[in-house]
Design a protein around this ligand. Sequence first.
Ligand SMILES: *Cc1c(COP(=O)(O)O)cnc(C)c1O
Length: 470
Amino acid sequence: MNRTNQPLTPLESTQQALDFIQSDTLSSDQLALLNQLTVDGFRQHVNPGFLEYRKSVTSGGGYAAVEWRATSLNTLADTRGNEYIDCLGGYGIFSVGHCNPTVIDAVEHQLHKQPLHSQELLDPLRALLAQALAGLAPGELNYCFFGNSGTESVEAALKLAKAYQAPQGKFSFIAANGAFHGKSLGSLSATAKPVFREPFQPLVPGFHHVDFGDIRAMRAKVAECEARGEGIAAVILEPIQGEGGVILPPEDYLPAVRALCDEIGALLILDEVQTGMGRTGKMFACEHYGVEPDILCLAKALGGGVMPISATIASKRIFSVLFDNPFLHTTTFGGNPMACAAALATINVLLRDDLAAQAQHKGDYLLKGLKECAKRYPQIITEARGMGFLQALEFCDNETGYAFASEMFRRGILVAGTLNNARTVRIEPPLTLTLAQCDQVLEQVEKVLEQLSPSSGKGATSQASPSLIH
Ligand SMILES: *Cc1c(COP(=O)(O)O)cnc(C)c1O
């Protein structure tokens, strides 16, 4: 490999990249080179900002942690050979674990048979996946549109609601404060976080935000809109707010929202991009509340941590607005054969291993332990909460949360938390995380809290060495 200061030509650099991709193991020199190329590439060609905010860079003890491979369903390793228990789970994408063999096998077979579709003949896996999802989704949700990302699933839901409600003269949406639905202009209009929205104003008109969990606030907003002659096309909510910090609504909230939507003829869109596919202890979080949406959005875990894919699922009554002209909303790669193969295998694994029940059972176990830790360190953690394997620790302040996340990282456990967003640290492991691994996590949480505790005298800055595995 090139070691002079002469920059590689694109032909040489892509060949170098292919060599990395094609090697199963690398010498320590090659690993060091890969590390350096990665950091330089981020600094000069991706976005240097990422080097500032990530604990994988700032807590690496003088080096940036560069990921190299998944080492088991629930662990991954960096180029230095440090192994991490993945309690971040890619913010919910690795529900069936990393490199789940059933998913990999399905995708490998499809890869060699036909990775992408002709765009003209009927592609069989799209039909088979839509049928599987219709069988899985609650009630009347029988028709599926496929995209490639969470934000695309929300875009499709918003456009579907608009197309359905346009003849009724209803054009507005109600979303929740704290909501996250994606960052493309349509879904961003439903997303609430000010920093993501501010530079992009004005967004799509007709979006109103009300406090999550407060049905009276929603009723008041509906009345206010209707008094101005503004009809509500749809209400869009996450059943449990993920990005917003794992916020669970009151038990009776979603049923009350459902009733309100029925009363005013608005559609209910549930964004289960993060909560779906078993994450919260049921296949879909709406099942905890006995609520059936009109449109359901899925993504993240749907592709089994192997392929990107999203689905927007609706009843025939609603979806039929696209029957006359199915080209009204399409995307070239959405529902491609490799993505569908991954999703079909993922659903198979989720059901075969009853991973939703596993998430419930092991999630309860982990959360009980976290709550006990929180109780012992009330000056550090103000709350531990969650459902299934969607959990969060709420810290007294952002700095302490980041110190916690960084220290956990140094100890080989990956949890959420970036420099600018660590007051609430999310824990979203693969649903395959074992009870023994839950114990390992709890043991380290306890040690880190002890270390961060003001009475320990060590404070937030002490360093532990990363756990080396070979
Ligand atoms: C992550 C997420 C999205 C956006 O998904 P992308 O694939 O990042 O576009 C939308 N809604 C919810 C609830 C999410 O958690």
